[in-house]
Design a binder for this molecule. Structure first.
Ligand code: HEM
Length: 423
């Protein structure tokens, strides 16, 4: 009987209760993900016209599969694409369409590779290490007054300031403009979630216009006066004919906005995971060399970007069923990372977990470009935080998560910092 229910996409609606915008889903999506993983077929989520994959094995296979693409335009007719765009309420927002919906992340094959290769080296482990001192100095500067204040909202007062400053600095945005990057990024990225209201749509389009105008001015200033920053590298590539002006703006915007909210989110959920598991917190304090594996576990345990999608570029077989060209699949990275078939005791937070082949940064051609940088930010923040405090206290039951499917993070994280008394 249960087998029949699990096999039927009609019965699933009542059984699964997949309502990603509800407070219940925000507080614990993992029970719903576990029910999805028990199904014998992808779960069809009508609101987004998407077939959801939730098991590690299926998610990883589709993320790597060449026949699964990001760009629908490359495989379907203009009419089909427009219809999809309207269904998703992604139409009538020309700047967002041109610069965000057609960014490198939404390209495939040769076009995608050409753009990715232009920036790949700058985000390699070796290259991001060059920014270690800059990041450390910034984190030290941020933390000093907060240690005196003691009672802080970790998300608003610390996490929220870091990614914009760091990635802004790398690209070449002046310090004083970095806080604005967060506002634009949030308004743009938020529109990829399930909540596509007209207000959010207008916000995303306006933020794209303001971000574009800002970048146009910054690029003009750098054209005349190149500096030792990523924007100058990209401008040189444009002048050598390797990318055009629109691609330059779109790529810069993607780099500034892509990993912005996700880094803020995982800093908050990572600290919450640690504070909710006092044994793990204590262990990390006494063995800082575990910071690397602890950070990977934070990404696995509460993946900040739990949902991405792919389109079938040809008829494909998924979980034993054939789906036509143009079918949209949802990759639930957040669910795959809690799949007990891949991770023993998957719901346990274990800072020494090894192996830990989590999929929080995706897989295949679109593997997160900023993953080395995101991990370096996390490493420096957590090491500094634990080094400069004797303890961090928090009422973990008060933590509240933001609603949504595409991003997982906290609304706030009030903590008390107990500073280390230094000689
Ligand atoms: C907290 C951290 C982050 C997480 C969890 C994360 C996650 C991801 C994931 C899952 C993808 C693949 C999307 C897919 O499968 O379709 C991706 C792509 C990407 N990420 Fe990140 N990311 C993070 C931070 C960053 C940062 C700091 C940057 C800044 C450079 C960044 C830039 C990008 C870019 C440019 C892509 C597109 C790559 C491509 O299409 O080739 N990410 N990210």
């Amino acid at each position: 009987m249960l087998e029949d229910i699990l096999d039927s996409n009609i019965a699933i609606d009542t059984h699964i209760m997949f309502q990603p915008l509800t407070p219940a889903f925000a507080s614990n999506p993992y029970e719903v993900y576990a029910r999805l993983r028990a199904l014998k077929a992808p779960y069809y989520f009508e609101d987004m016209n998407v077939h959801l994959l939730s098991r590690y094995e299926d998610v990883e296979a589709v993320a790597r599969q060449g026949a699964m693409v990001r760009s629908l335009a490359a495989v379907m007719s203009e009419e089909f694409v427009l219809q999809e765009q309207k269904l998703a309420n992604f139409h009538d927002m020309p700047n967002h369409e041109q610069l965000v919906q057609l960014s490198m992340l939404e390209q495939d094959g040769h076009h995608h590779r050409r753009l990715r290769m232009l920036v790949l080296r700058e985000f390699s482990r070796q290259f991001v290490e060059k920014h270690r001192n800059m990041i450390q100095q910034y984190v030290d500067r941020l933390l000093t007054p907060l240690l005196e204040k003691r009672d802080i909202d970790f998300v608003a007062e610390l996490a929220a300031h870091v990614p914009g400053h760091i990635i802004g600095n790398i690209l070449g945005v002046p310090d004083e403009d970095c806080p604005q990057l967060r506002v634009w990024s949030e308004n743009i990225v938020q529109y990829f979630d399930a909540d596509r209201t007209e207000v959010n749509k207008q916000r995303a389009e306006s933020a794209t216009i303001e971000f574009k105008d800002y970048l146009v001015r910054l690029i003009a200033a750098r054209e005349n006066k190149p500096q030792d920053d990523l924007l100058s590298v990209l401008i040189a590539a444009k002048n050598a004919g390797e990318l055009d002006e629109t691609e330059l703006i779109s790529l810069s915007l993607l780099i500034l906005a892509g990993g912005h909210g996700s880094t803020i989110d995982v800093l908050g959920t990572g600290l919450l995971a640690l504070l909710s598991h006092p044994d793990q917190h204590k262990k990390l304090r006494s063995a800082p060399e575990l910071t690397g594996t602890a950070i990977h576990e934070m990404f696995r345990y509460d993946s900040p970007l739990p949902f991405f999608h792919r389109y079938a570029s040809e008829p494909v077989e998924v979980m034993g069923r054939t789906y036509p060209k143009g079918t949209k699949f949802g990759l639930l990275y957040g669910s795959a990372n809690r799949d007990p078939a891949q991770f023993p005791n998957a719901d346990k937070f274990d800072i020494e977990r090894a192996p830990n082949r989590h999929i929080a940064f995706g897989r295949g051609a679109h593997l997160c470009l900023g993953n080395n940088l995101a991990r370096l930010d996390m490493e420096i923040i957590f090491k500094t935080l634990l080094d400069r405090t004797k303890d961090i206290q928090c009422d973990v039951d008060q933590a509240r998560y933001k609603p949504g499917l595409s991003a997982r993070g906290l609304l706030e994280l009030p903590v008390r910092l107990i500073p280390e008394s230094r000689p």
